[in-house]
Design a protein. Structure first.
Length: 198
C-alpha cells in the first residue's frame, strides 16, 4: 500500500489543481481589487501584492526544491540535513544568477501576456499549492506549479492569449525529462561501475 501511495505521488496528480487554483484566485482577486481599491491606487497596490506573492513563491519553492536537490545527499549520510540545505540554497542562488534569466523570460512573457492581477493570482496559486505539499513532505515540481497556474489564469481570458507552441514544448519536455534523467543516471552508474570495477 505504501508503495502505491509513493507511485501516486510520483505521477504528480496535483497537476490539475494548478490550473484550477489559478483560475479561482484570478476571478476572486480581479473582482476584489477592481471594486474595492480606487483606480489611482490600483497599480501601486498590485505591485506590492505581486512582490509579496513573489517572495512567498520563492519561500515555498526553497522549502521544496532545495529539499529535492539535497535529499539524496542527506540520504547517503555524507552531510547532515541542515548542511545540505545550506549548500543547496547557495547553489540555487548561483543558478539564479547565471542561467535563471532564461526561465524568467519564458515564465514572465512567453506563455501569455501577464496582467498584474494575473501575475499575482498565478504566484499565489503556485505558492499555496507547493507549500501545501511541502507540509506533508511530498516533493512536487515547482516549475510545473507556476506554469500550470499561469496557464490557468490565461484560460480565463481565452485560449487566444496563450502561446500554445510554448506550452506544447514545455509539456513535451515535462514528459521527456524523467525518462532522459533515468537513462543518463543509468549510463553514468554503468560507466562508474565499469571504470572502478564495482
Amino acid at each position: 500500500m505504501e508503495n502505491a501511495f509513493r507511485y501516486f505521488y510520483l505521477l504528480d496528480f496535483h497537476s490539475y489543481w494548478r490550473c484550477c487554483i489559478g483560475i479561482f484566485f484570478y476571478r476572486i482577486f480581479k473582482n476584489l481589487f477592481y471594486r474595492i481599491i480606487p483606480h489611482k491606487y490600483l497599480k501601486i497596490t498590485l505591485s506590492i501584492f505581486i512582490i509579496i506573492s513573489g517572495c512567498y513563491v520563492a519561500y515555498s519553492w526553497g522549502a521544496n526544491d532545495v529539499a529535492n536537490a539535497t535529499g539524496v545527499i542527506t540520504g547517503t549520510g555524507i552531510l547532515s540535513g541542515r548542511m545540505s540545505l545550506i549548500l543547496g540554497g547557495l547553489a540555487i542562488v548561483l543558478g539564479i544568477m547565471t542561467w535563471g534569466y532564461k526561465v524568467i523570460e519564458t515564465i514572465g512573457s512567453e506563455i501569455t501576456h501577464l496582467l498584474p492581477i494575473m501575475a499575482f493570482s498565478a504566484q499565489l496559486a503556485s505558492a499555496i499549492n507547493v507549500h501545501a505539499y511541502t507540509i506533508f513532505g511530498i516533493p512536487v515540481s515547482t516549475s510545473h506549479s507556476i506554469v500550470g497556474a499561469i496557464f490557468g489564469v490565461g484560460l480565463v481570458r481565452g485560449m487566444r492569449v496563450l502561446n500554445m507552441r510554448i506550452m506544447r514544448d514545455i509539456i513535451i519536455c515535462w514528459i521527456a525529462t524523467p525518462f532522459v534523467s533515468g537513462i543518463i543516471s543509468y549510463l553514468v552508474l554503468k560507466l562508474i561501475a565499469i571504470f572502478f570495477k564495482i
